[in-house]
Design a protein around this ligand. Structure first.
Ligand code: NAG
Ligand code: NAG
Length: 575
């Protein structure tokens, strides 16, 4: 009998947060094999951080001198004897097999052995909406973290049930037919963001990325989308990860809009069954060749629990370890020259775990709140103008927006979603945004009371793009989709095109983006109207953030003006 530390993880998460649509069923079979990852303690993190900023900040000596994967993995590698010790312990449980990476393990083992190791029970989980079945430890079930692993392991992922959180909503057909609420098509984005001369190039490999086993897009819908909107021709050349064609609206949306704005770039498509830590672990183990990942996923930063030594419930810090470590992984990815973009969420400053606004304190979304990611919020058009869109047959029979005023996307203005934004409770405000965010923090009328958000944290989003009534081809016809999940692939394609037009890989792009803004404020269209006080369900929230001149926590610096942003970035790079 091994010594076990008797710390019990109690589920004190709020009722709405504890189930996330999973129905917990009978006990899992003991011989069912399950895979999991083990995050080991790393070395030289100060040096990693120093080199990361040096590589990512224009004007620094090593700007753009990305490190190889091997170099990064070697720098932070866990001590070899520690890796062996943990590996031997885990594999002493019958049927458990692990592969050692530089600072983590990837393992597989029978549930019976894992139950014995963690003194817990696995149960069958069926997802209410997707029907997906998983064998996991229910979040309400306790476990005992093996004392042998305490010192060396930060957490284990893949063992506990997690919410499935994809952003984006399809408008019911009756919505948006009031005659002033026009469709957003690729031409709309060209008008608003001056994309006429955005060339892009095959050197930028961009990919819509689907997590948690969501299926892929339907190729014939992409073809029809291009034909009906006269988006510039593009092809999705390669699929990485499992691919099942489907008419899942968000997968369709991602594939269509990253291709439409990221014209001329190379399009791939990435899927994984996992969440952020395993994603990062996997692309640092085997680089995919993708330069820009668009991720329209996330949920409350304070609810990212994994099985950890503290065995703490999320609320008392269980989430912080996961978020901090995953942020480190994002830094590794940035140092390797890869750009990550994330949507800020569709339920305003409170997010989906507080959709009813029961709490005064707002809830940041992760990964958008990571300082090492470019976070994208959503806008919508008010007082829209519509006109003929050359050659776009869809716009002959439907009204497509060709102008109007961009405001923060909100259910208060008839959208189905409210753009997320706010401040991290885990990561401190990075220096690249200090000037503009400090200015915003002086405007108390735009902010919740200081006790209801973290004014020393990383502020997000960084940028925004249109996310209401976006025409997406689903099952052969156009549907109107709302979401920061529209804005994220749109901006990802634009950023990847900027990279190609600059003939550079951008890597972690926020220092460049904020420096370009400082060089020329008009490189972004300033969004100064609206707020993110509403959620998807209610506008009865007491707290949220207001749009304001300059950076704000609803739309960041604003939406792009392509030629001006390109010129400003070029100038910054030449300085
Ligand atoms: C606020 O953010 C900082 C990081 O800037 C963090 O250390 C601190 O714990 C956070 N405070 C709260 C109450 O979340
Ligand atoms: C402060 O925020 C409000 C929105 O709440 C905005 O209307 C106003 O212009 C902002 N003031 C400054 C100086 O930015």
């Amino acid at each position: 009998m091994r010594t076990l530390l008797a710390v019990l993880a109690l589920a004190v998460a709020s009722a709405s947060a504890s189930t996330f649509g999973w129905i917990v069923g009978e006990r899992s079979p003991a011989d069912h094999m399950t895979s999991f990852s083990v995050a080991l303690k790393q070395n030289n993190l100060d040096e990693l951080e120093r080199r990361f900023w040096d590589i990512s900040t224009p004007g620094r000596e090593n700007y753009g001198n990305f490190m190889s994967h091997t170099e990064i993995n070697d720098l932070v590698a866990t001590d070899a004897d520690v890796v062996t010790e943990v590996l031997v312990f885990l594999q002493s449980h019958e049927g458990v097999m692990c592969k050692a990476l530089s600072d983590s393990l990837r393992c597989v083992g029978p549930i019976g052995s894992l139950e014995a190791m963690l003194s817990t029970e696995f149960h069958m989980h069926t997802h209410e909406e997707t029907g997906k079945v998983e064998h996991k430890i229910a979040r309400a079930t306790g476990y005992q973290f093996p004392v042998e692993l305490m010192e060396h392991v930060e957490f284990m992922t893949g063992l506990q049930s997690l919410p499935i959180m994809r952003y984006g909503r399809v408008n019911p057909p009756v919505m948006g037919s009031n005659g002033v609420d026009y469709f957003v098509v690729p031409s709309t984005l060209t008008y608003f963001y001056s994309l006429e001369n955005a060339k892009g190039g095959s050197m930028s490999v961009q990919a819509a990325s689907e997590f948690q086993g969501l299926p892929g897009y339907e190729p014939s819908d992409v073809t029809k989308f291009i034909a009906d909107t006269t988006a510039q021709q593009f092809e999705i050349a390669k699929h990485i990860g499992p691919f099942n064609p489907s008419t899942e609206p968000e997968s369709e949306l991602d594939a269509q809009y990253i291709g439409a704005t990221g014209r001329g770039n190379t399009n791939w498509y990435y899927t994984t069954g996992d969440w952020m830590y395993e994603f990062a672990q996997s692309i640092m183990e085997t680089p995919t060749g993708i330069d820009y990942y668009s991720m329209s996923y996330g949920w409350y930063e304070g609810d990212q629990c994994a099985i950890s030594p503290s065995s703490q419930p999320c609320e008392s810090g269980g989430s912080t370890t996961f978020v901090e470590r995953t942020n480190t992984e994002f830094m590794k990815i940035g140092a390797s020259g890869v750009t990550l973009l994330a949507a800020t969420g569709d339920s305003g400053a409170h997010g989906r775990t507080d959709g009813g606004c029961m709490n005064a304190r707002v809830r940041p979304a992760f990964p958008a709140a990571s300082p090492y990611i470019t976070a994208v919020g959503a806008t919508q058009v008010l007082d829209g103008e519509t006109g003929k869109v050359q050659g776009a047959s869809f716009c002959d029979s439907n009204q497509c927006a060709t102008g109007g005023r961009e405001v923060t996307c909100s259910t208060a203005n008839g959208a189905l979603i409210t753009s997320g934004g706010g401040f991290s409770d885990v990561a401190a405000m990075p220096s690249y945004q200090k000037d503009v965010v400090s200015k915003y923090l002086q405007n108390s009328s735009a902010l919740p009371p200081p006790s209801d958000f973290n004014n020393t944290g990383r502020g997000f989003p960084d940028v925004a793009a249109l996310g209401h009534k976006v025409a997406v081809w689903i099952g052969g016809q156009a549907e109107a989709v709302d979401g920061t999940s529209c804005a994220c692939p749109e901006f990802a394609g634009i950023l990847a095109a900027l990279g190609a037009d600059l003939n550079k890989k951008l890597g972690f792009a926020n220092p460049l983006i904020y420096q370009a803004y400082a060089e020329d404020n008009s490189a972004f269209n300033d969004i100064t109207e609206g707020n993110n006080k509403c959620t998807e369900q209610t506008c009865d929230c007491k707290t949220g953030f207001y749009a304001a001149p300059g950076w704000d926590a609803t739309t960041g610096l604003g939406t792009p003006n392509y030629p001006k942003l390109l010129a400003a970035m070029r100038k910054v790079m030449e300085q």
